[in-house]
Write a protein that binds this ligand. Structure first.
Ligand SMILES: Cc1cc2nc3c(=O)[nH]c(=O)nc-3n(C[C@H](O)[C@H](O)[C@H](O)COP(=O)(O)O)c2cc1C
Length: 202
Protein backbone atom coordinates (compact mmCIF):
# COMPACT_ATOMS: atom_id res chain seq x y z
CA UNK A 1 0.00 0.00 0.00
CA UNK A 2 1.18 3.53 -0.15
CA UNK A 3 1.60 4.66 -3.77
CA UNK A 4 -1.94 5.78 -3.96
CA UNK A 5 -1.96 7.22 -0.46
CA UNK A 6 -3.36 10.69 -0.38
CA UNK A 7 -5.73 9.93 -3.24
CA UNK A 8 -8.67 9.66 -0.91
CA UNK A 9 -10.60 12.83 -0.49
CA UNK A 10 -12.85 13.67 2.42
CA UNK A 11 -16.42 12.76 1.80
CA UNK A 12 -18.68 15.22 3.60
CA UNK A 13 -21.37 15.03 0.91
CA UNK A 14 -22.17 11.34 1.38
CA UNK A 15 -25.88 11.04 2.16
CA UNK A 16 -26.71 10.16 5.72
CA UNK A 17 -27.83 6.65 6.62
CA UNK A 18 -29.29 5.94 10.03
CA UNK A 19 -25.87 5.61 11.66
CA UNK A 20 -23.60 6.69 8.88
CA UNK A 21 -19.98 7.49 9.34
CA UNK A 22 -17.31 7.91 6.72
CA UNK A 23 -14.64 8.34 9.34
CA UNK A 24 -14.24 12.12 9.21
CA UNK A 25 -11.89 11.95 12.21
CA UNK A 26 -9.52 9.50 10.57
CA UNK A 27 -6.57 11.09 8.81
CA UNK A 28 -6.97 9.48 5.39
CA UNK A 29 -3.33 9.03 4.48
CA UNK A 30 -2.55 7.61 7.88
CA UNK A 31 -5.58 5.32 7.60
CA UNK A 32 -4.55 3.80 4.26
CA UNK A 33 -0.92 3.27 5.09
CA UNK A 34 -1.37 1.81 8.55
CA UNK A 35 -4.29 -0.56 8.19
CA UNK A 36 -4.11 -3.68 10.40
CA UNK A 37 -4.55 -7.01 8.61
CA UNK A 38 -6.72 -8.50 11.37
CA UNK A 39 -9.73 -6.56 12.62
CA UNK A 40 -12.41 -7.14 15.23
CA UNK A 41 -12.27 -9.04 18.51
CA UNK A 42 -11.26 -12.72 18.67
CA UNK A 43 -14.90 -13.64 19.26
CA UNK A 44 -17.57 -11.88 17.18
CA UNK A 45 -19.63 -9.60 19.41
CA UNK A 46 -22.83 -7.54 19.06
CA UNK A 47 -24.30 -6.67 16.64
CA UNK A 48 -22.71 -9.64 14.87
CA UNK A 49 -23.62 -12.05 13.45
CA UNK A 50 -26.09 -10.20 11.22
CA UNK A 51 -28.16 -12.41 8.91
CA UNK A 52 -29.11 -11.24 5.44
CA UNK A 53 -30.84 -13.11 2.65
CA UNK A 54 -32.59 -12.55 -0.65
CA UNK A 55 -32.44 -13.19 -4.38
CA UNK A 56 -29.33 -11.78 -6.10
CA UNK A 57 -30.11 -8.54 -8.00
CA UNK A 58 -28.43 -6.92 -10.99
CA UNK A 59 -26.16 -4.03 -9.93
CA UNK A 60 -24.65 -1.53 -12.36
CA UNK A 61 -22.08 -4.14 -13.35
CA UNK A 62 -19.13 -1.86 -12.55
CA UNK A 63 -17.79 -4.23 -9.93
CA UNK A 64 -16.56 -6.76 -12.46
CA UNK A 65 -16.00 -4.40 -15.37
CA UNK A 66 -14.22 -1.50 -13.66
CA UNK A 67 -12.85 -3.02 -10.50
CA UNK A 68 -12.20 -6.67 -11.36
CA UNK A 69 -14.30 -7.51 -8.31
CA UNK A 70 -17.75 -8.89 -9.16
CA UNK A 71 -20.40 -8.21 -6.54
CA UNK A 72 -23.79 -9.76 -5.90
CA UNK A 73 -26.38 -7.22 -4.78
CA UNK A 74 -29.05 -7.95 -2.21
CA UNK A 75 -32.56 -6.53 -2.72
CA UNK A 76 -33.61 -3.42 -0.77
CA UNK A 77 -36.08 -5.33 1.39
CA UNK A 78 -33.30 -7.55 2.72
CA UNK A 79 -31.28 -4.62 4.12
CA UNK A 80 -33.11 -3.75 7.40
CA UNK A 81 -31.03 -6.13 9.58
CA UNK A 82 -27.94 -4.13 8.51
CA UNK A 83 -29.60 -0.71 8.54
CA UNK A 84 -31.00 -1.30 12.03
CA UNK A 85 -27.79 -2.57 13.59
CA UNK A 86 -24.77 -1.23 11.78
CA UNK A 87 -23.22 1.81 10.16
CA UNK A 88 -22.26 1.92 6.51
CA UNK A 89 -18.87 0.49 5.60
CA UNK A 90 -17.00 -2.59 4.50
CA UNK A 91 -17.68 -5.87 6.32
CA UNK A 92 -16.58 -9.50 6.26
CA UNK A 93 -18.40 -12.76 6.77
CA UNK A 94 -19.63 -15.83 4.97
CA UNK A 95 -22.11 -16.19 2.11
CA UNK A 96 -23.83 -19.01 0.30
CA UNK A 97 -25.62 -19.00 -3.04
CA UNK A 98 -28.29 -21.62 -3.68
CA UNK A 99 -30.70 -22.13 -6.56
CA UNK A 100 -34.31 -21.30 -5.72
CA UNK A 101 -36.29 -24.32 -4.59
CA UNK A 102 -37.35 -26.57 -7.42
CA UNK A 103 -35.23 -24.92 -10.13
CA UNK A 104 -32.37 -26.53 -12.00
CA UNK A 105 -28.92 -25.07 -11.44
CA UNK A 106 -25.74 -24.45 -13.39
CA UNK A 107 -23.75 -24.04 -10.18
CA UNK A 108 -21.11 -26.59 -9.20
CA UNK A 109 -20.82 -28.27 -5.81
CA UNK A 110 -18.03 -25.80 -4.92
CA UNK A 111 -20.18 -22.82 -5.94
CA UNK A 112 -22.90 -23.69 -3.44
CA UNK A 113 -20.56 -24.05 -0.45
CA UNK A 114 -20.44 -21.53 2.38
CA UNK A 115 -17.69 -19.15 1.22
CA UNK A 116 -15.84 -16.14 2.66
CA UNK A 117 -17.08 -12.75 1.49
CA UNK A 118 -16.50 -9.02 1.79
CA UNK A 119 -19.45 -6.66 1.66
CA UNK A 120 -19.73 -3.01 0.79
CA UNK A 121 -22.75 -1.57 2.59
CA UNK A 122 -23.67 2.01 1.87
CA UNK A 123 -23.65 4.62 -0.85
CA UNK A 124 -20.50 3.84 -2.85
CA UNK A 125 -19.25 7.44 -2.74
CA UNK A 126 -16.79 6.69 -5.55
CA UNK A 127 -19.73 6.13 -7.90
CA UNK A 128 -22.01 8.66 -6.14
CA UNK A 129 -24.87 6.16 -5.80
CA UNK A 130 -28.21 7.64 -4.85
CA UNK A 131 -29.47 4.64 -2.94
CA UNK A 132 -28.00 2.45 -0.31
CA UNK A 133 -26.87 -1.01 -1.41
CA UNK A 134 -25.36 -4.13 0.09
CA UNK A 135 -22.92 -5.58 -2.45
CA UNK A 136 -21.25 -8.86 -1.66
CA UNK A 137 -18.05 -10.07 -3.23
CA UNK A 138 -17.73 -13.82 -2.64
CA UNK A 139 -14.11 -14.93 -2.62
CA UNK A 140 -14.53 -17.76 -5.10
CA UNK A 141 -14.31 -18.07 -8.87
CA UNK A 142 -17.80 -18.73 -10.20
CA UNK A 143 -18.03 -20.06 -13.76
CA UNK A 144 -21.51 -18.62 -14.33
CA UNK A 145 -23.68 -15.72 -13.21
CA UNK A 146 -26.18 -16.40 -10.47
CA UNK A 147 -28.66 -13.54 -10.73
CA UNK A 148 -32.00 -14.49 -9.19
CA UNK A 149 -30.47 -17.23 -7.07
CA UNK A 150 -30.98 -17.09 -3.33
CA UNK A 151 -28.06 -15.71 -1.35
CA UNK A 152 -27.57 -15.88 2.40
CA UNK A 153 -24.92 -13.84 4.17
CA UNK A 154 -23.75 -13.94 7.75
CA UNK A 155 -21.96 -10.68 8.52
CA UNK A 156 -19.35 -11.19 11.23
CA UNK A 157 -17.24 -8.06 11.44
CA UNK A 158 -16.54 -4.51 10.36
CA UNK A 159 -13.43 -3.68 8.35
CA UNK A 160 -13.48 0.05 7.57
CA UNK A 161 -15.65 3.01 6.60
CA UNK A 162 -16.67 3.59 3.01
CA UNK A 163 -14.29 6.09 1.49
CA UNK A 164 -14.36 8.45 -1.41
CA UNK A 165 -11.57 7.83 -3.89
CA UNK A 166 -10.31 10.02 -6.66
CA UNK A 167 -8.67 7.10 -8.42
CA UNK A 168 -10.04 3.72 -9.41
CA UNK A 169 -6.60 2.22 -8.75
CA UNK A 170 -6.67 3.28 -5.10
CA UNK A 171 -10.15 1.77 -4.65
CA UNK A 172 -9.02 -1.50 -6.27
CA UNK A 173 -5.92 -1.56 -4.07
CA UNK A 174 -7.99 -1.08 -0.92
CA UNK A 175 -10.55 -3.72 -1.92
CA UNK A 176 -7.68 -6.20 -2.41
CA UNK A 177 -6.45 -5.35 1.07
CA UNK A 178 -10.02 -5.73 2.44
CA UNK A 179 -10.05 -9.30 1.09
CA UNK A 180 -6.79 -10.12 2.91
CA UNK A 181 -8.11 -8.58 6.12
CA UNK A 182 -11.32 -10.62 5.82
CA UNK A 183 -9.53 -13.92 5.26
CA UNK A 184 -7.08 -13.34 8.10
CA UNK A 185 -9.74 -12.10 10.49
CA UNK A 186 -11.97 -15.10 9.77
CA UNK A 187 -9.13 -17.60 10.16
CA UNK A 188 -9.73 -17.33 13.92
CA UNK A 189 -11.60 -20.35 15.37
CA UNK A 190 -14.57 -18.39 16.72
CA UNK A 191 -15.19 -17.01 13.22
CA UNK A 192 -14.50 -20.22 11.29
CA UNK A 193 -17.20 -22.04 13.17
CA UNK A 194 -19.86 -19.85 11.54
CA UNK A 195 -19.18 -21.68 8.27
CA UNK A 196 -21.30 -24.51 9.63
CA UNK A 197 -23.96 -22.30 11.18
CA UNK A 198 -27.48 -23.76 10.85
CA UNK A 199 -28.46 -20.54 9.03
CA UNK A 200 -26.79 -21.96 5.94
CA UNK A 201 -28.19 -24.78 3.86
CA UNK A 202 -26.40 -28.04 4.40
C1 LIG B 1 -14.79 -4.96 -0.38
C2 LIG B 1 -15.36 -3.75 -1.08
C3 LIG B 1 -15.03 -2.49 -0.62
C4 LIG B 1 -15.54 -1.35 -1.24
N1 LIG B 1 -15.20 -0.12 -0.77
C5 LIG B 1 -15.72 0.99 -1.35
C6 LIG B 1 -15.40 2.30 -0.87
O1 LIG B 1 -14.69 2.47 0.12
N2 LIG B 1 -15.93 3.36 -1.53
C7 LIG B 1 -16.76 3.22 -2.60
O2 LIG B 1 -17.21 4.21 -3.13
N3 LIG B 1 -17.10 2.00 -3.06
C8 LIG B 1 -16.60 0.89 -2.47
N4 LIG B 1 -16.91 -0.35 -2.94
C9 LIG B 1 -18.05 -0.46 -3.83
C10 LIG B 1 -17.72 -0.48 -5.25
O3 LIG B 1 -17.67 0.86 -5.63
C11 LIG B 1 -18.89 -1.23 -5.85
O4 LIG B 1 -18.73 -2.58 -5.64
C12 LIG B 1 -19.05 -0.84 -7.27
O5 LIG B 1 -19.83 0.33 -7.22
C13 LIG B 1 -19.73 -1.88 -8.14
O6 LIG B 1 -21.10 -1.79 -8.01
P1 LIG B 1 -22.06 -2.36 -9.14
O7 LIG B 1 -21.73 -3.82 -9.31
O8 LIG B 1 -23.45 -2.13 -8.58
O9 LIG B 1 -21.81 -1.61 -10.38
C14 LIG B 1 -16.41 -1.49 -2.35
C15 LIG B 1 -16.75 -2.78 -2.81
C16 LIG B 1 -16.23 -3.91 -2.18
C17 LIG B 1 -16.58 -5.27 -2.70
Amino acid sequence: MGDAAGEIIASPSVPDSSKDSVGPNVPDEYFRTSRPDIVGPDVPDAPFPIKLSGPVQHGFGRGSKDLGCPTANLPDDSLPPMIDAAKTGVYYGYAQVTPSQGTSSSLSDQDVCVLPMVMSFGWNPFYKNERMTAEIHIMHEFKTDFYGYDMKALVLGYIRPELHYISREALIEDIEFDKKVALKSMARPEYEKYMSDPFFTV
